[in-house]
Each structure stands twice: as structure tokens, then as C-alpha cells.
Design a protein around this ligand. Structure first.
Ligand SMILES: [Cu+2]
Length: 164
């Protein structure tokens, strides 16, 4: 009889593992420098939702004087954009910041960051999670800068930086 008493405890182990909340994570982060240093550069990344819905509350960086989250839209062939304060990240979703959509605007990217070829973003979520993400810096047209190495996203268009 005592053997059976062990069973419930053993069965509970895999269930407990499944109940561990799967965290949000971020990948594919990069910054495309504006050819005109007086105009803002654009940053992009992809947020992968975890097992519970969260809201992105803020993105910060030490590598630029100013950072804003924006959303681009096209109406009748006219591109425009507006600042956004928060971004919902539903459970299991993929939320992309990409050319023509949501993006990060960076004013006066730090020269040391450009020389190093990367900036660090800090993302703060509604559940208290804070993620530090390295974004590779690309020059205008997607060329690598500094010692940052290869550009991760061939094919991304430059229309956004031209809008600014
Ligand atoms: Cu913008």
C-alpha cells in the first residue's frame, strides 16, 4: 500500500513543470541609422509572447538622447506615423517591430555605440519583467557599422528612414 502513496507525488512533477509560466522573449533586434544624423534612426525587434498576456510599457536605452515607440500606417498611399505608449503582447503571440509598422525612433545615437556596432534596449512589461536586448547597428542601406558584424535582416526596406 505504501508504494501507491508515492504515485501522486510523482505524477505531480511534470504538471508542475508545465505550470511554470513561459516568459516573454525578444529577438531580431537591430537599428538602422538614418543617413542624416540630424534625423532619427529606426529600431526594430520581435517580441515573442509568453504563456500569459502582457503589455510592453516602455523601451529605454542609454545609447540615444531620446527614444519613442511609433506606429507607421499607410492611408491612400500616404505614409504617416504616430507615437504609441504601450504594446499588447498576447500569450503565444509574435509582435514585430518592422519597417512600415511599429518601430523604435532613436534621436542622436551615441557615437560610442555606433563604433561598437550595437545598442542595448531595456524593455519593461506590465508583469514586471525587464529584458535587456542587444540590437546590431546597421548603417544606411543595411551596411554593417563599427565592429558589429553582419547585418541580420537583408531585404528590409529603407522607406521608413526616408519618411523622416
Ligand atoms: Cu517613427
Amino acid at each position: 500500500m505504501t508504494r501507491f502513496a508515492l504515485l501522486p507525488a510523482l505524477l505531480a512533477l511534470p504538471l508542475a513543470a508545465c505550470n511554470q509560466p513561459k516568459p516573454v522573449y525578444v529577438d531580431g533586434a537591430y537599428v538602422r541609422l538614418n543617413p542624416n544624423p540630424d534625423n532619427p534612426s529606426a529600431g526594430y525587434l520581435t517580441i515573442h509572447g509568453g504563456s500569459t498576456p502582457v503589455t510592453l510599457r516602455a523601451i529605454e536605452t542609454d545609447a540615444a538622447v531620446r527614444l519613442e515607440m511609433h506606429e507607421s500606417m499607410t492611408h491612400g498611399g500616404m505614409a504617416s506615423m504616430a507615437p504609441i505608449d504601450t504594446v499588447d503582447v498576447p500569450a503565444g503571440s509574435k509582435v514585430e517591430f518592422k519597417p512600415g509598422g511599429k518601430h523604435i525612433m532613436l534621436w542622436q545615437v551615441n557615437q560610442q555605440a555606433i563604433a561598437a556596432g550595437k545598442v542595448e534596449f531595456k524593455l519593461t512589461f506590465s508583469n514586471g519583467d525587464r529584458l535587456l536586448v542587444d540590437a546590431v547597428i546597421q548603417g544606411p542601406g543595411g551596411k554593417p557599422v563599427g565592429s558589429g558584424g553582419a547585418a541580420p535582416s537583408a531585404g528590409a526596406d529603407d522607406t521608413h528612414t526616408e519618411v523622416h
